[in-house]
Ligand binder design. Structure first.
Ligand SMILES: [Zn+2]
Length: 267
C-alpha cells in the first residue's frame, strides 16, 4: 500500500487518499459495508479495501468523473448516480484513460510492469444506476443517497443519519470546480448548498482531502459562491480542463482557503 494514506476517524470509517490525490472510503456496517468512490483504477484498490472489510459490500461512485469512477472495473458492479450516467461512460472511455496513464507516468507512479493497453482499452465496468433517496441498510446504520448537484449534474452525497455524517465527494469541497461542461450553473449549486445545510449532519468528508470537516464550513462555501464575480476573481485555466471564461475566487477563513472555480457566462 505504498503511498496510500488512510485515516480511521470513526470506528466504522476508513478514508484513503491515493498517490494521485483522490480519496475513497469504506463505511463498515455490521451486516454490509459500502465503498465510496474507486479512484482512477491505476492501482488495485479492491485488494486494499478487502483487507478492511469482512462483510458483503457495495461500491458507490459519488459522481461520474474518472478520478472517482475509473477504478470501477476492479469490482463486480458499481452504483452510478442516475444523472451522471453519460458522464461515467465518457470518463471511462479511451480518451480519458489515455490521459490518466500519461498523468500517472509523469508522476512516476507506474513503470513497465503496468499494462497500459489493457487499462486504456478496459471495457466499461458493470454498473447500476442509483436514484436519490435510495437507502442502504448496513445493519447497524443506514446510508441515504442525497442529491448534491452542482459540480456535476448527478453528484450525490451519502448521509449516515445515525452518526450525522455526510460524504460529499467533490460536490461540497474546499475548492469547488463549477466551470466544467457537466457542471450546473452557480445558482443551482448555491440552492443545493442551502438545501443540504438543512440536513441534520454535524460533520462531512470530501473526495480529495484527509480531513473530517465540521458542518459550519458549508457557510463558507456559500459565502464564497455568493460573493464571487468576474470583477473580484482571477481568470484561470487548468491543463486538460481548458474552458473559456474560467474564474477563481478564493477567501481565507482562519487556516482554510475556500474557493470556487466557475465559468461566466456559463456555457
Ligand atoms: Zn469531480
Amino acid at each position: 500500500m505504498t503511498n496510500f494514506n488512510v485515516i480511521n476517524p470513526y470506528p466504522f470509517v476508513y478514508h484513503f487518499r491515493d498517490p494521485q490525490g483522490v480519496c475513497f472510503s469504506i463505511i463498515k456496517g455490521a451486516k454490509k459495508s459500502l465503498v465510496v468512490d474507486c479512484g482512477y483504477g491505476i492501482f488495485n484498490i479492491r485488494e486494499i479495501i478487502e483487507k478492511y472489510i469482512d462483510t458483503p459490500y457495495d461500491v458507490i461512485c459519488t459522481h461520474g468523473h474518472m478520478d472517482h469512477s475509473s477504478g470501477a472495473f476492479w469490482f463486480d458492479k458499481v452504483y452510478i448516480p442516475l444523472l451522471d450516467e453519460e458522464l461515467y461512460i465518457k470518463h471511462n472511455g479511451v480518451e480519458k484513460r489515455t490521459k490518466n496513464v500519461i498523468d500517472a507516468e509523469k508522476k512516476g507512479l507506474i513503470d513497465e510492469s503496468f499494462d497500459k493497453e489493457k487499462y486504456i482499452n478496459m471495457p466499461l465496468a458493470n454498473y447500476e444506476l442509483i436514484n436519490n433517496g435510495t437507502i442502504f441498510d448496513l445493519g447497524d446504520m443506514t446510508v441515504e443517497v442525497i442529491p448534491m448537484e452542482g459540480h456535476t449534474k448527478g453528484s450525490i452525497g451519502l448521509f449516515i443519519k445515525e452518526h450525522k455524517l455526510l460524504f460529499t465527494g467533490d460536490a461540497a469541497i474546499s475548492m469547488i470546480w463549477m466551470f466544467l461542461e457537466e457542471s450546473t450553473d452557480k445558482e443551482t449549486y448555491i440552492n443545493m448548498l442551502k438545501r443540504v445545510m438543512k440536513i441534520d449532519f454535524t460533520h462531512y468528508i470530501t473526495g480529495h482531502l484527509m480531513t473530517v470537516f465540521e458542518k459550519e464550513i458549508f457557510n463558507h462555501y456559500l459565502e464564497v459562491a455568493l460573493e464571487a464575480t468576474p470583477q473580484n476573481s482571477e481568470r484561470v485555466t487548468f491543463q486538460n480542463f481548458e474552458r473559456p471564461n474560467t474564474f477563481q475566487y478564493t477567501k481565507k477563513f482562519g487556516d482554510l482557503n475556500i474557493g470556487i472555480c466557475y465559468q461566466e457566462p456559463k456555457e
